[in-house]
Design a protein around this ligand. Structure first.
Ligand code: GSH
Length: 239
């Protein structure tokens, strides 16, 4: 049994999609990040970086509970555990890891900043919007060219696609038109038609809220509590 610490966001969606694809048993532990639940001490024991997704595999390696955060690490762990969606052959495996890393190091952070400055920032800052939207469009271009050569990002359907796909679902926030990226569109629709993917994104769908935060959500997501979390207490000046 796997405990899934989850909230319906693009990073969150990756893990139930993978669990559904692999047929692994799991139970959902909602972490309402709009109300600051990611800062609760019990959750910080699972992910000290106060972000979803995270898992605890009750029967991890050695039969003991195993906690894991960072979606890229979780996807690789679940692929190894199930023997699915990650090739054994070294070249093909590292090609998957390459595109998975491309997602966690580029697509996630750049699309995330683009969405932040377009949909969350209290002031519209044209320089920031232009910078991150240009990066978002550039990354769409990289993927479109790759998907013109291959059916899926790393050749066959893999954890690299599962990591990337949920970010295209929220493309309205980034003001991206998929018709401008026909290979991404073909890939997006093929993955969206998979029953496991549909079950994965249906999880807590009614709670999904992207962009336009109210004051409470803004404080929970970007407030002082996040900035000071984990900082050592200031030493008083020596007399
Ligand atoms: N690199 C992390 C990113 C996770 C992440 O940014 N999660 C967001 C939701 S999409 C979150 O939990 N935000 C809450 C917060 O930052 O307080 C991963 O891939 O798992």
């Amino acid at each position: 049994m796997i405990d899934l610490y989850y909230w319906p966001t693009p990073n969150g969606h990756k893990i139930p999609i993978m669990l559904e694809e692999c047929g692994l048993e799991y139970r959902v532990k909602p972490v309402n990040m709009l109300e600051g639940e990611q800062f609760k001490p019990a959750f910080l024991k699972v992910n000290p970086n106060n972000k979803i997704p995270a898992i605890v595999d009750r029967k991890g390696p050695g039969g003991r509970p195993f906690a894991l955060f960072e979606s890229g690490a979780i996807l690789q762990y679940l692929a190894e555990k199930s023997g699915k969606l990650m090739p054994r052959d070294t070249r093909r495996r590292y090609t998957v890891i390459q595109w998975l890393t491309f997602q966690v190091a580029n697509v996630g952070p750049m699309f995330g900043q683009c969405g932040h400055f377009l949909g969350y920032a209290p002031r519209k800052i044209p320089y920031a919007i232009e910078r991150y939207r240009n990066e978002t469009l550039r990354l769409y271009g990289v993927m479109d060219r790759q998907l013109g050569r291959e059916e899926y990002l790393a050749g066959k359907y893999s954890i690299a696609d599962i990591a990337t796909w949920p970010w295209m679902r929220v493309r309205w926030l980034h003001k991206v038109d998929l018709d401008e990226f026909p290979n991404v569109k073909r890939w997006y629709e093929a993955i969206g038609a998979r029953p496991a993917v549909q079950r994965g994104v249906a999880l807590l769908e009614d709670r999904m809220k992207i962009g336009n935060p109210d004051e409470k959500a803004r404080e929970a997501l970007f407030g002082q509590s996040q900035l000071t979390q984990g900082r050592p207490a200031r030493r008083s000046k020596a007399r």
